[in-house]
Ligand binder design. Structure first.
Ligand code: ADP
Ligand code: MG
Length: 248
């Protein structure tokens, strides 16, 4: 096996050519064995670097999304939940809603597949190369609240503003404190017509003033969210409960 010099490897790493650094020994050996021309050898190395970079980018993209699990549209049983129209979900799966900066709301009782569908659309978006961030509403609110204390508020606002798609899971499980409603409004209004949001909630719009308390802010939030929005209200049984019943 040929081996590249330590000094050469160090330079490759300094120039952040880790794809080449990883394969150069193998490529050198193969080049000798197969009598490759200089340009063939160089092309193989460049291809290794390109592959490594796109692999790194993919890992960063998927890792940065913080999806709780990986379940796709193909794992969703539409016959179990007929109020979810497969054609509509497949249309959303094209990612066009992200290009158009539109939002999606999944409203339904626990276990009806809201998170599953959000994750599935998040995976599709990642596949198209979009940046995605998944968080529960409670986690986002806590993060923003704590960031005021450590002066990282602006940075945290950016965290939730920048991704092409922000998935906010479980809106409405808890009533929010007044200061946190303002943070929620801040994110929604900064993303308005600039980036898509998917929200899952167990509460219908009519009840959102119970989540956000302040009627004016509730109106302002709803206005911006619903202006360009695909709303799916899931009316059906909990998949969890049904499948637990079947098992027992
Ligand atoms: P919700 O967010 O509405 O409370 P989830 O999306 O977490 O519900 O669904 C609960 C569990 O049931 C998950 O494991 C999910 O994958 C599964 N599930 C829900 N609905 C379906 C469905 N129609 N087909 C297949 N799996 C489903
Ligand atoms: Mg859920």
């Amino acid at each position: 096996m040929n081996s590249f010099s330590q000094a050469g490897l160090k330079k490759l790493r300094e120039f952040k050519l880790s794809g080449i650094a990883r394969t150069i020994d193998v490529r050198l050996t193969a080049a000798t064995a197969d009598n490759l021309s200089h340009s063939e050898f160089l092309e193989l190395l460049l291809e290794d670097e390109v592959n490594q970079r796109s692999d790194n980018k993919r890992k960063r993209l998927y890792g940065g999304a913080h999806l709780p699990y990986e379940k796709g549209i193909e794992d969703f049983d539409f016959t179990f939940q007929p109020s979810v129209k497969k054609a509509e979900i497949l249309e959303l799966a094209t990612g066009n809603f992200i290009t158009k900066h539109e939002n999606i709301l999944f409203i339904g009782q626990p276990g009806t597949g809201k998170t599953h569908l959000s994750v599935a659309l998040g995976l599709k978006a990642l596949g198209y190369g979009y940046t995605v961030l998944f968080t529960s509403v409670a986690e986002m609110i806590t993060t923003l609240e704590q960031s005021r204390a450590d002066l990282s508020y602006h940075k945290k606002i950016q965290l939730y503003t920048k991704p092409d798609l922000l998935i906010l899971d479980e809106l409405g499980y808890k009533t929010m404190a007044e200061s946190t409603v303002e943070d929620f409004f801040e994110i929604v209004s900064r993303r308005y017509e600039k980036g898509s949001i998917i929200i899952t909630s167990n509460r219908d719009f009519g009840e959102w003033d119970k989540i956000f308390i302040d009627k004016t802010l509730t109106g302002a939030i709803l206005d911006r969210l619903v202006h360009h929005c695909h709303i799916t209200t899931i009316k059906g049984e909990s998949y969890r409960v049904q499948h637990r019943n079947q098992k027992s």
